[in-house]
Design a protein around this ligand. Structure first.
Ligand code: HEM
Length: 503
């Protein structure tokens, strides 16, 4: 024993030999288990993916969010159900919904959702039952009626965008609509959540640097998923260091800190559910008033995190869908013209002129299909029972995921899936058939809580834009819009965004 602890004696040599022999043996044992003995060994897929999680890390971190492409390739080779890591399965079958059924009471896969940095907000909560309590405390705030009451404010914000775009009319100067849309989405989501807009639309360049910094987070989140600690270290960084690393990081930091301060002030002035002395209720009041939300979940830090998550979940998604819609319409001028005529006809018919009904407006549907909101896989874990897929039994506690993009680009369901075809939604019976497969807002108990708000933003903004302006693409191609990277939100390779001139 004593010779083993000696740093230079024979013992350290034997320890060295022991370790060098044990490591390969341990690695061989793991490999044998993963490839032949694991309950997932029978599932088809690449041996390398089954052998090690580094396969996914390579595509995510080195290739920058490209595992989705490899997953598509593996499906082509191995069929509808594949093993994509030592621990996870992936299914490509538009008719299958098992992991997303509300009755399945599944958890989110905690490792995968590490990219959000915390499991304290409803979005990142793994456990089904805890999520249910957290979600219930906020969902009354996001109903169709609540969003309809927000209409006048939404109209004010889109009118502001319209005024800002007027500044570009006839100048030949390009307007970056991608930044304008993201800024609009941030202004909407903060105004909706706690009645404060940060007026990002007012900035001369539509807060380009601020939006760029916000957009760095999803990729950093991917690294955090694989290596941990990264977001925690960023959280602890002093201001001066943030300033040196990225000057506009300070604006983002101040923005998130201000959400914390607003939350604190709202909690402080809160008079209780029945007092009615806190004016127009906001989402923080809604959560404070919830009888089922435990006291520890009503803390300032957790409620602020929920609001920050709304911003994170509601900015890039909505902004990007708007960019994709506008791009495809501008690339197909005859479709833009048709939309303009429809909007103007609706304006003549109704006083709520900028709000076409869903039936009138198939363009957002088409871009939600093209863009999909998130083209990331959405893994779930059933901790209660095994799930059946055809002849396969997916063992209990196994993460299983599906990717809505694979359904949205399925040629049998959506012929010519790559083509922007708003007209495919026009025939009512065809539309009913297709809508079953359109899942941009996710499925089941974890589906998007902001669905009605987002839909309203899409329709009102697109109607305003194409009803009022004649725009031309400015040095923008599909390459500037089309997904290449999966950072949970889809990102193109280009950072230029959608730029237009206005006549
Ligand atoms: C076009 C716009 C949007 C799209 C396509 C979209 C898409 C999605 C999708 C696919 C999910 C499910 C994610 C998962 O299963 O992990 C989701 C969840 C969520 N979305 Fe959205 N979203 C949009 C806009 C918004 C907006 C405006 C908000 C603002 C509040 C929002 C807030 C959320 C939240 C909080 C969740 C988590 C819900 C939960 O787990 O209870 N989203 N969204």
């Amino acid at each position: 024993m004593s010779s083993l602890s000696s740093p230079f004696g024979d013992g350290s040599i034997s320890l060295f030999i022991l370790v060098t022999a044990a490591v390969p043996l341990w690695a061989c044992g793991i490999a044998i288990y993963r490839l032949w003995l694991s309950p997932l060994a029978e599932f088809p897929g690449r041996k390398l993916a089954a052998l090690t999680g580094w396969y996914e890390t390579y595509f995510d971190c080195m290739k920058r969010g490209r595992y989705w492409v490899e997953i598509e390739r593996m499906h082509k080779e191995y069929g509808p159900i594949i093993r994509i890591s030592p621990w996870e399965l992936h299914v490509n079958d538009p008719e299958w919904n098992e992991p997303y059924k509300i009755s399945s009471r599944v958890n989110k896969y905690h490792w995968y959702y590490k990219f959000v940095g915390s499991s304290d907000a409803a979005f990142g909560t793994s456990d089904h039952d805890l999520h249910r309590i957290r979600r219930k405390a906020q969902q009354g705030y996001f109903t169709l009626d609540a969003v309809a009451r927000f209409d006048p404010v939404l109209d004010e914000i889109t009118s502001k965008l319209s005024r800002r775009l007027e500044e570009f009319r006839g100048t030949g100067q390009p307007a970056n609509l991608s930044n304008a849309f993201r800024s609009l989405a941030t202004d909407v989501v903060t105004k909706f959540s706690f009645h404060k807009a940060y007026n990002l639309l007012d900035q001369h360049d539509f807060s380009a640097a601020f939006q760029k910094t916000l957009r760095d987070f999803p990729e950093i989140g991917l690294w955090h998923r694989h290596f941990g600690l990264i977001l925690d270290i960023m959280d602890m960084m002093p201001r001066w260091m943030v300033k040196i690393m990225n000057p506009s990081g300070i604006d983002v930091l101040d923005f998130f800190n201000d959400i914390g301060n607003q939350t604190k002030a709202i909690i402080k002035s809160y008079g209780g559910a029945k007092s009615g002395d806190y004016g127009r209720p906001n989402v923080i009041h809604q959560m404070l008033d919830s009888p089922n939300l435990p006291v520890r979940d009503k803390s300032e830090s957790r409620l602020a995190l929920e609001v920050r998550t709304f911003v994170g979940a509601g900015t890039e998604t909505t902004g990007n869908t708007l960019s994709v819609t506008a791009f495809h319409l501008l690339a197909n001028p005859e479709k833009a013209l048709k939309l303009k005529e429809e909007v103007q006809a609706a304006q003549n018919k109704s006083s709520t002129s900028l709000r076409p009904t869903t039936d009138d407006s198939p363009s957002p549907q088409s871009s939600l299909k093209a863009y999909g909101g998130t083209d990331s896989r959405l893994p779930r874990i059933n901790t209660r029972e095994a799930i059946t897929y055809k002849t396969y039994q997916i063992p209990v506690n196994t993460p299983v995921s599906m990717t809505q993009r694979l359904t949205h680009y399925n040629k049998t369901i959506f012929p010519s899936p790559e083509t922007f075809l708003p007209e495919r939604w026009l025939d009512p019976s065809e539309r009913r058939r297709l809508e079953k497969y359109l899942q941009p807002f996710g499925r089941g108990s974890r589906a998007c809580i902001g669905l009605h708000l987002a839909s309203s933003e899409l329709y009102v903004t697109i109607a305003m834009l194409f009803g009022q302006f004649d725009m031309r693409l400015f040095e923008t191609e599909e390459y500037d819009i089309k997904q290449v990277h999966d950072f949970f939100s889809p990102f193109p390779d280009s950072e230029r965004g959608l730029r237009v001139t206005i006549e």
